[in-house]
Each structure stands twice: as structure tokens, then as C-alpha cells.
Design a protein around this ligand. Structure first.
Ligand SMILES: [Zn+2]
Length: 599
């Protein structure tokens, strides 16, 4: 009886407080004191400016929060009104309740605003992101790199030797299954975002660039005098993961604009692929739709510009700002660059390794630097190989990431006031189940050994470089993805180039790529994803984060990806160091404000 009367009371209360509006930042947002963010209130219908009643802990919005107020009577020509408070910030830590009243309807959200401890625990944070790195990647990289025998690993990866660990949830504002944009954005801002979105909450705005923004760690570093930051990736540097360090857009595909956002924040080091978006449309191969030459713009700001490994490894001594663009698109992975005898890298034969880019970035960022730095390093092709079910390339790029982590750990030995984080943005549905043994009788699937039939693979590393001497050994790992389009399972590494499991038919459906049909023993596997899926997809499984350095003990148990930002902010004491305005912004910064970009 008591329960049912309580239920009635609750539903009566809910009816009384029917939703009047949607409020951004969302309920349960955690916000760094002093960081900038946009407040947006979206009414379900049209309201009069005079009838707007928005309070923060009982005080009118404009009195309670700094920021620029804007009332939009009819948003995007629709019969709905919105209120913005752009570039808002809150100085004092505490619980903040935002209440919107419209007639007898009330909406409210609560935010937790936190300040960092006054004294920084570290000078530097190095953040490694293995894109799509799943547990199987860590296990597989360890087996291929170090070996395993009699039940024990023959050695540990660098990332295995970090003392702190957490399970990280990756879901986004709008969906359980995330992409690299919103997940990396959560790490870099402390706020969740939506699939394909960077540095914004997804609202109902039509304009990609007019969604409620939250400040990124790159922008925050720019508000700390003397502090530096760098972005390193073997993807296009304007791809989702590196973009998340600075960018705000609802669409990660806005790559031409993202280059402008990178330019506006002037990272001290920018190394990666993606030069096609830096060059004006008149340049052959350019992917820009305007005449801006960003290579020239960076040069005019004093950047040393390099385009291959030879230039990267013979930089002028006085280099303090560096732009390296080594490919028009994504760079090539370690296997095709260093081990395969194929022609994958023929157009870009002199690309640097992620380890070289990491070492160079550390050298430049740490030189004559009392205020510290933030460095993001991404091994992007872990993911870009896992999508087409090419686990060998994915594992090889995981080893390369680990070797870059090792470089950072050597730096941290010399500079103990450094936090290192190694994590992923999301996982793939991948698992190691045993071995494939060519010497076994029968069809290819009968050569798969499980349990006691698996034994150990026979990879070797004669030269001790940490990579297997070859991938097509006679007894190799059996690794399978649990989601896929139609494809031919060959049970063999693809030595000539990354696997292309499926191709589009005339109806737009993805079907198995016949190119692999005649590989000896290949087996047709009917997909378990919708017919429009060209490759495997991301998994919702948690990612593993490992960390070391002062303050890293805060990583433990289950955490949201957005919580990891707080650990970095605490360690660097960001809230106590933020100035009001950026300490360096180019005179010709590109204007991405909504007034300027609106159609
Ligand atoms: Zn992906």
C-alpha cells in the first residue's frame, strides 16, 4: 500500500514538473572551475524574451554566471526559442542547479563544478591513445613482441608496467556505441559529447558549428602562460582523435575547418598526416574548398615545416614550433612501412615512425620549458586496421604504440614530474582464441587449435627489435572479430596490403570481396552486421587505461572517459592557472563564431 501511494505521489510530481526545455550542459555534467562552456536552453515552443525564467541556484542566469547572453526567438526559422550564455564559466566549486520555468512547467539539471588542488602535482602530461585498442590488442602485442611460454609471458610491454589502471566507459551523449570523436572529446574536455561530434553537446541547431561548446585541454593550455602542447598522430592530423585536442564541431567530417581550429590554438608541435586539408584548392590533391594555404600560415607564425623523416630527424637546432605533415591522408602503419615487401608506401617512402615523432615532440616541448606541457600521441592505425578485420596490422601498430610509450617512460625517468596515460577511445569486438597450425590436417578451420590443441605460436624475433620477424609463420595466432560484413576468412595475414573484406554491389550492399576467394582454404563467412556495413564496427566494451606518475593513483575502478580529464586537470592544477584570455592567438585567427559561419 505504501509503495503504491508513493508511486502516485511521484507521478503527480512528475506531471506537475513537465519538461519545459532541454538544458546544456546536461544533467550530471562535471565542470572544471574557470573552464569555458556554452549554456544553451532549448524551449519546446516559442517564448517571449520577457517570460524567460532561468535560474542558477535560485539566482537569475545572467547574474549567476559570466558569459554573453543571447535570446533566439525563432531558432533556425522554427517555432522554437532558445537562450544561450556563450563562454560561460564558474569560479567557485560546488553543486549548481539550473532551473527553467515556463508557465507551470519546470526543467532542471544539476552540475558539479570542481576546482583543482592549488599546487600542481606534475609539470607534464603525456596522453597516449591507441585508437580502438582492445584487451586483445594488449595481449596480442605482448605475445608477438615478447613471446609466451609455459603459461607465462616472456616479458612485459611498457604499458603493462604502469602501476595504475582503470576500466573506462565510452558511451556518448546520444548512443551506447561510440566513435573516436566523442570519446576523445570526453578525455580532452571532461564533458560527454555525441557520435561524430567534437567539443560540443549535440543540440538541435542546424549549423554544425553552433552547438554548445566546452573548452578543450588544448585551449586551456593556451590560457596558461608559458605552457606548451603538442599533437601527434599517424592519422590525418585533422581526424577525430587529434582534432579533439582543440576542435568544436558537430561533424568530425569538417576537416577543412578543423585545420583552422588547430591553427587558431597554435600547438607547439603538430605531427601527422592529412596535408591535403592544409593546402589551397588550387594545389593538386588538395581537399580544401577555399584558397587558404595553412602551410604558409603556419610558416608565417614561425613554424618549421617538414614533410618526411629525413627532415624531421635533422631539424634546425632552434626549432621551437614544428609542423610535420608526412602524408596527404592517413600515414602508413609499421608493418607496411618497415616489414612488408609490397608497394603500399611507394608514394610516401620516407614517413617517420610514431616513436620518432614522439621523441621529437618531447625534445621540442621540454626544451627551456618551466611551465610544462601536454602531449597527445595517437596510434591511429590500431583502429584503422581493426575495422577491415586486419588484426595483424592492428597488433603491429599496438607494438609501435608501446615503443612510443617506452620513450615517454625514459623521458619520465629524467623528468619525474610527468604523468603518462595510455588508453583507448573505444574497443573492437576482437578476441584471441588459440592458434592456426598449417601442419595440421584438414580444411583451414580444422587447423584452428583451441584449448590444449592450441599450444603456442612459433613467431620469432631474432633481431630483438620487439617485432616478430614475420607474420606468416606456420603456427600463428587465431584471432577473430565477432562482428563483420560478408567476407572470405583466409586464416592468413594479408602481406600485400590491408585486408578489404567487403565491397559494394550495384544495390549499395556490401558483399564479400572476391579478391580473396581463391586464397587456399578461404571460407565464405556471411556477415552479422547490416548490409550497409563495409567493415567491422566498434564495440561497447570498456577500455583499459593504464597510468603512471604523480596523481595517477586517481585512476582506479570504473570511470567514465570524461572523468579521466579531471585526473589530468588535478595533476596540472589547471583551474588555479587559467588566465582569462589566450596567451597567444595569431592575428589572422580564423573566425568560427556562429555569426560568421551561419548560412
Ligand atoms: Zn574506428
Amino acid at each position: 500500500m505504501r509503495f503504491s501511494s508513493l508511486a502516485i505521489a511521484i507521478s503527480a510530481a512528475l506531471a506537475l514538473h513537465a519538461q519545459a526545455a532541454t538544458i546544456y550542459p546536461l544533467d550530471r555534467a562535471t565542470i572544471l572551475a574557470g573552464s569555458k562552456f556554452d549554456v544553451k536552453v532549448e524551449y519546446d515552443g516559442q517564448v517571449n524574451a520577457d517570460d524567460v525564467q532561468i535560474t542558477v541556484n535560485g539566482q537569475p542566469l545572467q547574474d549567476a554566471l559570466a558569459g554573453s547572453y543571447e535570446f533566439v526567438e525563432s531558432e533556425d526559422g522554427q517555432p522554437v526559442s532558445s537562450v544561450w550564455l556563450r563562454d560561460a564559466s564558474i569560479k567557485d566549486a560546488g553543486e549548481y542547479t539550473i532551473e527553467v520555468k515556463e508557465g507551470d512547467k519546470t526543467s532542471s539539471v544539476s552540475w558539479e563544478v570542481y576546482a583543482n588542488p592549488e599546487a600542481p602535482k606534475v609539470k607534464n602530461v603525456i596522453f597516449f591513445l591507441g585508437d580502438g585498442m582492445s584487451v586483445a590488442n594488449r595481449t596480442g602485442a605482448r605475445i608477438l613482441s615478447k613471446g609466451v611460454a609455459e603459461g607465462k609471458a616472456n616479458g612485459k610491454l611498457a604499458m603493462d608496467q604502469m602501476p595504475y589502471m582503470a576500466m573506462i566507459g565510452t558511451s556518448s551523449q546520444d548512443t551506447i556505441a561510440a566513435d573516436s570523436a566523442n570519446t576523445m572529446s570526453a578525455y580532452m574536455t571532461g564533458h560527454k559529447s555525441a557520435v561524430n561530434a567534437l567539443g560540443v553537446y549535440l543540440s538541435r541547431s542546424e549549423d554544425n558549428l553552433n552547438h554548445p561548446r566546452h573548452e578543450t585541454i588544448g585551449e586551456m593550455v593556451r590560457r596558461i602562460p608559458g605552457m606548451k602542447f603538442g599533437i601527434v598522430s599517424d592519422a590525418e592530423i585533422e581526424d577525430a582523435t587529434p582534432a579533439a585536442v582543440v576542435a568544436h564541431t558537430r561533424r568530425r567530417a569538417d576537416k577543412d575547418k578543423i585545420v583552422g581550429m588547430i591553427y587558431n590554438t597554435q600547438p607547439d608541435v603538430v605531427l601527422g598526416g592529412g596535408s591535403a586539408y592544409f593546402l589551397p584548392q588550387s594545389t593538386p590533391g588538395s581537399k580544401r574548398k577555399d584558397d587558404i594555404n595553412y602551410v604558409e600560415k603556419f610558416q608565417n607564425q614561425g613554424y618549421t615545416v617538414v614533410t618526411n623523416n629525413s627532415e624531421l630527424t635533422s631539424l634546425p637546432q632552434d626549432t621551437t614550433k614544428l609542423l610535420g605533415l608526412f602524408h596527404t591522408g592517413n600515414m602508413d602503419g609499421i608493418y607496411d612501412r618497415a616489414f612488408a615487401e609490397n608497394d603500399v608506401t611507394k608514394n610516401f617512402p620516407d614517413q617517420p615512425d610514431l616513436t620518432t615523432m614522439t621523441q621529437t615532440a618531447l625534445d621540442i616541448l621540454s626544451k627551456d620549458n618551466d611551465e610544462g606541457f601536454f602531449l597527445m600521441v595517437e596510434s591511429a592505425l590500431i583502429d584503422k586496421a581493426s575495422h577491415p578485420l586486419d588484426w595483424e596490422r592492428s597488433f603491429m601498430n599496438t607494438i609501435m604504440l608501446d615503443k612510443s610509450v617506452e620513450i615517454a617512460q625514459k623521458f619520465a625517468e629524467e623528468h619525474p614530474d610527468t604523468m603518462i596515460i595510455v588508453t583507448a577511445d573505444h574497443t573492437h569486438g576482437i578476441g584471441i582464441v588459440g592458434t592456426v597450425d598449417d601442419d595440421k590436417e584438414g580444411e583451414m578451420r580444422d587447423k584452428v587449435g583451441t584449448y590444449n590443441e592450441a599450444g603456442y605460436p612459433n613467431y620469432t624475433d631474432e633481431n630483438g627489435d620487439g617485432y616478430p620477424d614475420k607474420l606468416d609463420v606456420s603456427k600463428r595466432l587465431a584471432v577473430f572479430y565477432n562482428n563483420f560484413p560478408d567476407h572470405y576468412e583466409t586464416y592468413r595475414p594479408k602481406l600485400d596490403g590491408t585486408f578489404v573484406p567487403a565491397i559494394k554491389d550495384e544495390n549499395g550492399n556490401y558483399i564479400a570481396n572476391e579478391q580473396y576467394k581463391d586464397v587456399e582454404g578461404a571460407q565464405l563467412r556471411i556477415g552479422n552486421l547490416p548490409h550497409n556495413a563495409s567493415t567491422g564496427v566498434h564495440a561497447v566494451d570498456d577500455v583499459i587505461l593504464t597510468a603512471q606518475g604523480p596523481g595517477a593513483e586517481a585512476f582506479h575502478g570504473y570511470m567514465e572517459n570524461s572523468d579521466a580529464f579531471k585526473v589530468m586537470a588535478d595533476a596540472l592544477s589547471l583551474s588555479s592557472r587559467l588566465q582569462d584570455e589566450p596567451t597567444q592567438r595569431p592575428d589572422d585567427a580564423v573566425d568560427f563564431s556562429p555569426e560568421n559561419t551561419a548560412k
